[in-house]
Design a protein around this ligand. Structure first.
Ligand code: SIN
Length: 298
């Protein structure tokens, strides 16, 4: 596993630098690498107050770009406000398999209780990376928390990429990988009575992508959806992917969010992976996710 500090000093100095102050929100970093808690925002009010909204929305956008995942506490928003908040960042993505709450298919249900065979997002992944145009970001609102546990872990794929050796970066340059939805989604939501579709998406994406907003490079393979690297022997692909997954899971690249009721996490799928902990059985954890459409990775 690569170390982050060598003789030349830590490789992440630039990420820890203080940037210009925010004017309409407060940003409290969880780690120098990833994650920040945002305060001074009432998302429900923000959706009904256009004058304040534009300046705060710009700063929320900036906080997301700088911190990769941002968190808001005590947001008693309605499903409509949740959907409206997502739409401020772009058109909403409809999940190819998961059940939704209410009438709007863009309001994905996140739910596990004592009768659940599994919970959402238990392995490291970037949301729906099997789509040709995978989601840019996801906004999760948790309304009901278990007494303990149910945290979500987030990892920076910028940090994972930057910590690779120069030789490995050169090797990965120009490679693409196959991401598969079929093997993930078929039968996955049968316990909610969801009937399978005839087919689920799959796509080829670059192993390293460039973020369209920050211009930074991020590792873009994940255990959840990536099946093989294209154009190299399968055993070589298995070995390289296995190394990259282990490397990307270095705790130095991560933050861990402890949920409270009515907290929101907003993560950028283009430069992060996340993993939800299902350590709270037989308790219930419930909420909804709104996902924003993204572009084809380059
Ligand atoms: C997910 O969207 O992958 C689930 C995340 C969570 O429940 O914390």
């Amino acid at each position: 596993m690569s170390s982050l500090a060598g003789r030349e000093g830590p490789r992440y100095k630039h990420l820890a630098d203080d940037s210009a102050p925010y004017e309409t929100i407060s940003v409290d970093k969880l780690t120098p690498i990833i994650g920040a808690e945002i305060s001074g925002v009432d998302i429900g009010k923000l959706m009904s107050d256009e004058s304040r909204a534009n300046r705060q929305m710009d700063e929320i956008h900036r906080a997301l770009a700088e911190n990769l995942v941002i968190f808001f506490r005590d947001q008693r928003i309605t499903p409509e406000q949740h959907l409206a908040f997502g739409r401020r960042f772009g058109e909403l993505h409809i999940h190819p398999a998961a059940p939704h709450e209410g009438d709007d298919p863009a309001l994905m249900r996140i739910y596990a209780d004592q009768n659940s065979p599994r919970a959402n997002g238990e392995g490291w992944h970037s949301d729906v990376s099997c789509d040709l145009e995978p989601p840019m970001g996801s906004i999760l609102h948790i309304r009901q928390c278990p007494p303990h546990g149910g945290d979500t872990l987030f990892a920076s794929m910028y940090a994972a990429y930057e910590a690779l050796s120069e030789r490995m970066k050169t090797y990965l340059d120009g490679l693409a990988a196959f991401h598969d939805g079929e093997s993930v989604y078929r039968g996955l939501y049968a316990n909610y009575g969801v009937a399978d579709r005839p087919a689920y998406p799959s796509a080829e994406h670059p192993v390293v992508r460039t973020h369209p907003v920050t211009g930074r490079k991020a590792l873009y393979v994940n255990r959840g959806f990536t099946r093989h690297i294209i154009g190299i022997p399968r055993d070589e692909s298995d070995a390289i992917l296995s190394y990259l997954y282990q490397h990307a899971e270095n705790p130095l690249f991560q933050c861990r969010f402890r949920w409270t009721e009515n907290a929101i996490a907003f993560w950028d799928n283009r430069c992060t992976q996340h993993r939800a902990m299902w350590d709270y059985w037989p308790h219930t954890r419930a909420g909804t996710r709104v996902t924003i459409k993204g572009e084809r990775p380059v």
